[in-house]
Design a protein around this ligand. Structure first.
Ligand code: ATP
Ligand code: MG
Length: 347
């Protein structure tokens, strides 16, 4: 690669919208994969807090975005993202990303945007009807800019992001073909190995766990809140008496056990499944077991989060420094893009 950012490392780009605290869906869908990738010195990670994307459906509530910026950064540090190894940055601090979006928008038709199934579902959930904000409708294009600006090859995300990765790959092919260049790199999505984790359902069991749907267990939840949430989880509505046979399919407690159980727990989980299906095992017992497993995972994260929350000034410093580093990389790509398009008139 030319310019001031030279690396032979594999670039990884990923991020989250600062629309609230991060939840278990983020943890199993993407955060765990990121920490794993960070541990390999062959990878260089960029992790973006996507505040501009969050504003596409929260234009009237910038205060929420501002506050969530810190919540998301604290969650990152708590799960083990290390600012010495991963560049943590804020989208709005890099105006070059929006410029790149302007050029990509001309390569994507409105019909193509309408076909994105994730955006379609989100539009329905938000009840926009005919009044979808333009910024929201085009956010997959902006996401393509975020990924390609770093020439990222790997993007660790949950399954809901598959259409975004596909669309990014199309934009890369279209750009490189249109301007007869190889400036842009086609990324690959990295999804969780465990199928049950790729789209973790919410506590209600209906939809994906999501910040906007208020159906999540947050990494920052204290032990009491966690207990209340687990005890209220959706199980088998027909499992009324303990002795009744119960269903483990679409039963959130068993789904979460499959996701959060470790290899050493599998035997016990299997035994509980059989007992439950046969009858004689009450929901409360299974929930207590799940609670134990979740606390084992979340207790160290909670402790680290509390520690980092003592010094928010340090969070600001980390994000400011990371944003500066990220901007240098994006400016370089943007310059190459404009040269490829023949519009770098004065340089
Ligand atoms: P919002 O409701 O504001 O869109 P969200 O909960 O969907 O928030 P995002 O910030 O949009 O979270 O997603 C960040 C990352 O977390 C993405 O890679 C996404 O695929 C992943 N992710 C989000 N929710 C889940 C989930 N329930 N299961 C697995 N991965 C998830
Ligand atoms: Mg989302």
């Amino acid at each position: 690669m030319k310019g001031n950012y030279m690396t032979t490392k594999e670039i990884v780009l990923t991020g989250d919208r600062p629309t609230g605290k991060l939840h278990l869906g983020h943890y199993v869908g993407s955060l765990k994969n990121r920490v794993h990738l960070q541990a390999n010195s062959q990878n260089k990670l960029f992790v973006m807090i996507a505040d501009q994307q969050a504003l596409t459906d929260h234009a009237k509530d910038p205060e929420k975005i501002r506050k969530s910026l810190y919540d998301v950064a604290l969650d990152y540090l708590a799960v083990g993202l290390d600012p010495k190894l991963a560049t943590l940055f804020v989208q709005s601090q890099i105006p070059e990303l929006a410029e790149l979006t302007m050029y990509y928008m001309n390569l994507v038709s409105i019909a193509r945007l309408h076909r994105n199934p994730t955006v379609k579902t989100e539009i329905e959930q938000k009840g926009y009807g005919g009044s979808v904000p333009t910024g929201f409708f085009v956010y997959p294009i902006s996401q393509a800019s975020d990924i390609t600006a770093f020439k990222a090859m790997k993007v660790p995300v949950g399954n809901d992001q598959k259409p975004m990765i596909e669309q990014t790959r199309e934009i890369v092919r279209s750009f490189n073909y249109t301007y007869q260049t190889n400036v842009l790199v086609e990324p690959k999505g990295l999804y969780p190995d465990n199928e049950a984790a790729g789209r973790l359902p919410g506590l209600d069991g209906n939809t994906k766990m999501s910040k906007s749907l208020n159906n999540g267990i947050f990494l920052a939840d204290d032990a009491n809140t966690l207990q209340k949430k687990v005890m209220s989880m959706y199980t088998d509505p027909n499992h009324v008496r303990v002795e009744d046979p119960g269903q483990i399919e679409e039963n959130m407690v068993f789904h979460y056990l499959d996701v959060f159980g470790r290899a050493e727990d599998f035997k016990q989980i299997q035994a509980m499944k059989e007992h439950y299906q046969h009858g004689g095992l009450g929901d409360v017992k299974v929930k207590r077991y799940l609670l134990e497993i979740l606390n084992r995972e979340l207790e160290p994260i909670r402790k680290k989060r509390e520690m980092y929350a003592q010094d928010l000034g340090e969070i600001t410093r980390i994000l400011k420094k990371g944003s500066k580093q990220a901007q240098a990389v994006v400016a370089q790509t943007l310059s190459e893009v404009k040269t490829a398009m023949g519009i770098n008139y004065f340089s």
